[in-house]
Write a protein of this length. Structure first.
Ligand code: ADE
Length: 407
């Protein structure tokens, strides 16, 4: 079951992955796994890249503003109370925070600059253009509200998804019913179709990146944060990725396209219906071999349309795989879904996270919430490594309000 699969022991066992695959996954993560990291590559930053050098002096002082909510006033780390850790990962932490003035709650992702620099990720951060910023406006995608930096850290202020990770719910319930899995798969697919319409391949779809809002709707985030093998300070460069969502073409380092996301959706759907990923083996290298070569085996207990859809998504040949959202929408597994109502959030979620209040963290793993909140977070440290152009304003990046073609 997922529970065992994700247990520390199972994870520890699975850590013996051959270095080839570690390097491959790491590279893939570096390339694209973190959409928020891409967001920091504003044109301003991009222009400065050559002339000032990446680590050139910061012009605006240590704390810089960002954008989105209201006027481009300065927003700083000290404007928030940091309440609890709700996620951790190789680059840093995610915290529940309250904006002091507005009393609004946000999830704040805090990244250590030196970790990014140590891992030589800055080129990816700096060079990927951030048209994404204005583009990422969809009901099932987490929104970025502000970003700013202090001497040592980058801050991303995001929607807070109080329902927690879908991963956490599945861990506890082991499997979801078909209607529930259908609803989540449909909302995820809708977000993927939106991204594909903008020529964005998400590339990092995994259960841990699928969050629930307080009503039970999906919010896709980019936090590919693993729970085990965490090296928050970035000392070891520990690989903590998981291969289970990687499509055969990505594993083999062949060219890949948006159908790699449909493969990952197949993995997520399989996990929801069977409680574990397809091609699963306790041995990681065996699992990788299975992904590449073993025909998909589907156990009993799911409907014929569900089986057929899994075969269409988990097709090893990307050309024969399901190609786009339109194909997915018309698949019999989704015949009960009204896609227009779905994207308008008019379809009632099958599960509503119970919450006693805005800071009820019952849907978050105590593994995170029991961690201490670093006292330095609200402190506007002075000079440090500057990420010039990290911040940007809504003037430069107006939000796209109309929905682009989804296909
Ligand atoms: N974990 C990672 N990102 C999150 C978010 N935006 N809201 C809640 N939990 C999260």
């Amino acid at each position: 079951m997922v529970k065992n699969l994700r247990s520390p022991v199972a994870y520890a066992k699975m850590k013996g992955l051959m270095s080839y695959f570690s390097a491959l996954i790491k590279e893939r993560k570096a390339l694209a796994s973190d959409l928020m990291l891409k967001l920091v590559a504003s044109p301003k930053m991009y222009r400065r890249f050559d002339s000032h050098g990446f680590l050139g002096p910061e012009e605006d002082g240590a704390d810089t503003l960002c954008f989105r909510d209201a006027s481009p006033e300065k927003v700083t780390a000290a404007d928030f109370d940091y309440l609890k850790v709700i996620g951790t990962g190789s680059f840093g932490k995610v915290l529940l925070a309250r904006h002091k003035e507005s009393e609004k709650y946000y999830a704040v992702k805090v990244l250590q600059k030196h970790t990014i620099l140590q891992r030589k990720e800055q080129r990816h951060i700096m060079c990927e253009r951030s048209v994404l910023l204005r583009a990422l406006h969809h009901p099932f995608l987490v929104r970025l509200h502000y970003c700013f930096q202090t001497g040592g850290k980058l801050y991303f202020v995001l929607d807070y998804a109080s329902g927690g990770e879908l991963f956490y719910h599945l861990q506890r319930e082991h499997v979801f019913s078909e209607p529930r899995a259908r609803f989540y798969a449909a909302e995820i697919a809708s977000a993927l179709g939106y991204l594909h319409g903008l020529d964005i391949i998400y590339r990092d779809l995994k259960l841990e990146n699928v969050l629930l809002d307080r009503h039970g709707h999906i919010l896709l985030t980019d936090f590919g944060l693993c729970k085990e093998g965490i090296d928050v300070e970035g000392r070891t460069g520990t690989f903590c990725g998981t291969p289970e969502y990687l499509s055969p073409e990505v594993l083999e380092q062949r060219e890949y396209d948006r159908t790699t996301d449909w493969w990952a959706l197949g993995v997520v759907l399989h996990e929801m219906l069977y409680g574990q990923p397809p091609f699963f083996s306790e041995s990681r290298s065996r699992m990788l071999q299975n992904i590449l070569h073993q025909p998909l085996f589907l156990g009993p207990g799911i409907s014929k349309p569900a089986r057929d859809l899994l075969h269409r998504l988990l097709e090893k040949d990307p050309e024969k795989r399901l190609q786009n959202l339109a194909e997915l929408e018309s698949h019999p597994f989704f015949s009960s879904i009204n896609w227009t109502e779905l994207v308008e959030k008019k379809v009632r979620p099958p599960f509503k996270p119970s919450l006693s209040g805005p800071v009820d963290l019952v849907h978050f793993d105590p593994e995170f919430t029991q961690l201490p909140v670093p006292p330095s977070l609200g402190v506007c440290e002075g000079s440090g490594l500057a990420f010039p152009g990290f911040s940007y304003t809504s003037e430069n990046y107006p939000a796209v309000t109309s929905q682009p073609s989804q296909r």
